[in-house]
Ligand binder design. Structure first.
Ligand code: SD4
Length: 333
């Protein structure tokens, strides 16, 4: 629509002047608008935010940043901590397997230039976040899946290892007694990690890594390695990441939605709330048995978090302090 026509139409429909000028900027001058959006993150940078109680992962990322490292290295190093933590049941080694007993991992990473790399359904490789980074940096592609991803990882020097621990094998064998296919995510406890960091230069990167739903169908992939689903970063605006039932995140392109809402002026908190609203307000949606949680950060270093149910929390490193903070949530009954 031409600027003059739009103004005419806007005044007929009673849109206020402020709205008109911001919409015009939005339509006609995207570069100028983006310049305006870039805000200074001084005072709060460097900073890190990550899903769930991920103290050590966030501390590790923060150390990289405090030493002057970049946000991409920080999120990769942070996520590797959870991938190596055998006690975590939905990420890396020790993650619960699919219904056939195979642990398959998904991960993705995005840098401040908007580049993206991901691996999906990878067996036998623990540090899939680093494989995702290699896909981003060393291939002309953005995603590698299954055997191809595993072969690529081995060619890049990653070690094959058994990801099924004694504890996760026992849990799977117990599940097999009934083999009830109910991909319910326990609403109290997860450990998929989505992490966003702002480095000293004010640049943002993000990463997300998971073993996905416990006892999933072989071949099932959730939101975590999908751009705009489990993770999205736009260095001019901010970043967002998701955890919980990936199918619901994907159907609403949750992380992309949050970043776009922030671009339009919403705070990270309001943007996370609206993204949860898009899920729970679908007609007839029974959200009682699944959890979704979001975290977000904008270019100013403001953060937000929101989930459907209680018990979602996130770690935040800001002003040299690393804290685990309970998230606000939708279902208060
Ligand atoms: C998935 N979003 O595969 C992941 C699971 C998750 O904590 O976040 N678990 O759907």
């Amino acid at each position: 629509m031409k600027r003059r026509n739009f103004i005419k139409k806007a005044s007929v429909t009673g849109l206020g002047l402020v709205t008109v000028s911001s919409v015009l900027t939005h339509c006609d001058e995207p570069l100028a608008r983006n310049k305006k959006v870039i805000a200074v993150a001084d005072g709060v940078k460097p900073m890190v935010i990550a899903t769930w109680k991920t103290d050590l992962a966030v501390e590790t990322a923060a150390k990289v940043l405090e030493k002057g490292g970049n946000a991409l290295d920080a999120v990769e190093q942070g996520c590797r901590i959870e991938e190596a933590n055998e006690k975590g049941k939905s990420v890396g080694k020790g993650g619960l397997p699919d219904r056939d007993g195979n642990v398959t991992l998904d991960a993705c990473i995005m840098n401040d230039k908007g580049d993206y790399g991901a691996v999906l359904g990878v067996k036998n490789i623990k540090h899939v976040i680093s494989v995702a980074r290699k896909v981003m940096e060393d291939t002309p592609h953005v995603m590698l899946v299954g055997d191809g991803a595993e072969q690529f990882a081995v060619a890049k020097g990653f070690k094959r290892e058994n990801l099924l621990t004694e504890a996760s094998k026992k849990a799977w064998q117990k599940w097999k007694e009934k083999s009830e296919y109910k991909p319910i995510i326990n609403i109290e406890n997860h450990d998929t990690i989505g992490m966003l960091a702002i480095d000293k230069k004010g640049n943002i990167s993000g990463a997300c890594t998971t073993s996905g739903l416990a006892y999933k169908m072989p071949g099932r992939v959730g939101d975590s390695p999908i751009i705009g689903g489990g993770l999205f970063v736009d260095n001019e605006v901010g970043g967002a990441s998701a955890t919980g039932l990936g199918e619901e995140v994907l159907k609403t392109v949750g992380s992309f939605l949050i970043v776009e809402l922030m671009r339009q002026g919403k705070s990270p908190q309001k943007a996370c709330e609206e993204a949860i609203g898009r899920i729970v307000n679908k007609p007839g949606k029974d959200f009682r048995n699944f959890q979704v949680g979001y975290i977000a950060v904008n270019k100013k270093g403001e953060t937000g978090a929101y989930s459907i149910h209680k018990y979602f929390s996130y770690n935040l490193y800001k002003n040299k302090e690393n804290k685990n903070i309970p998230s606000d949530f939708y279902n208060k009954v």
